[in-house]
Write a protein that binds this ligand. Structure first.
Ligand code: DX5
Ligand code: ZN
Length: 218
């Protein structure tokens, strides 16, 4: 199981997005881009035009996490502008299977995200349609929140469900991932780690990515 690190640009300086992407380009596998619409979550960030420009400016592929009310309408567009991965929330999608298939056919990896209160078992049948399952380890909406330890059994359960299938589904965690919590997530079975404040609030973001990877591999 290869470990991947996806620094979240949410904790970066939004006036210097291209530079902030470049800072982690040599150490990160992905750049996590949090799209929030102030409806699905109580916060507003950025949308399609910014992702399109960032995609051209960034050397690292974009991992777009859509915290928006109507992912069925918007997710395909993010794949079309060249995001490497597009993740929709199970709680927001009205036609998740169709939307996940559209993301894949546009050439991106298709992700399905689950809020802390959403059971993974309910979505077990959808695993055939996804390239990545995202278990949120905070309530979505803001960076810098404390990791929810009570999500560890869900990460374990997700890994169990994935391992019973032939298809290789990546298991991502997002929220409160730091040098304090990443080992617990890895031990529970996560293999893709989003980290916002742990990377961008550090004095040396590239070194922070390396340190997180080393800790997840222990
Ligand atoms: C929160 C976002 C996260 C956020 C994580 O809703 O989905 O990607 O940037 O930030 P940290 O790592 O600081 O919890
Ligand atoms: Zn996110």
């Amino acid at each position: 199981m290869a470990i991947q690190i996806s620094p979240s640009i949410l904790s970066a300086d939004f006036a210097r997005l291209a530079d902030e992407a470049a800072v982690v380009a040599s150490s990160a596998d992905w750049l996590h881009v949090d799209v929030m619409d102030n409806h699905f979550v109580p916060n507003l960030t950025l949308g399609l035009p910014v992702v399109e420009s960032l995609r051209k400016a960034a050397a690292v592929p974009l991992d777009c996490h859509l915290m928006i009310e109507d992912p069925d309408r918007w997710a395909p567009d993010y794949a079309e502008v060249g995001a490497g991965s597009v993740t929709i929330h199970a709680e927001a999608a009205k036609s998740p299977i169709r939307t996940l298939r559209t993301i894949r056919s546009a050439g991106a990896r298709a992700g399905l995200a689950l809020n802390p209160a959403t059971s993974v078992d309910v979505y077990a049948d959808l695993l055939a349609e996804v390239d990545m399952l995202l278990v949120m380890t905070v309530e979505p909406g803001f960076g810098g929140q404390p990791f929810l330890d009570l999500m560890l059994p869900k990460i374990r359960r997700a890994r169990e469900l994935i391992s019973t299938r032939d298809t290789d589904v990546w298991l991502q965690v997002d929220g409160g991932v730091s040098d304090e919590t990443i080992e617990r997530c890895a031990e529970a079975g996560a293999d893709v780690f989003v980290a916002g404040s742990a990377v961008y609030k550090s004095a040396d973001p590239a070194a922070a990515v390396d340190a997180l990877r080393a800790q997840a591999q222990r």
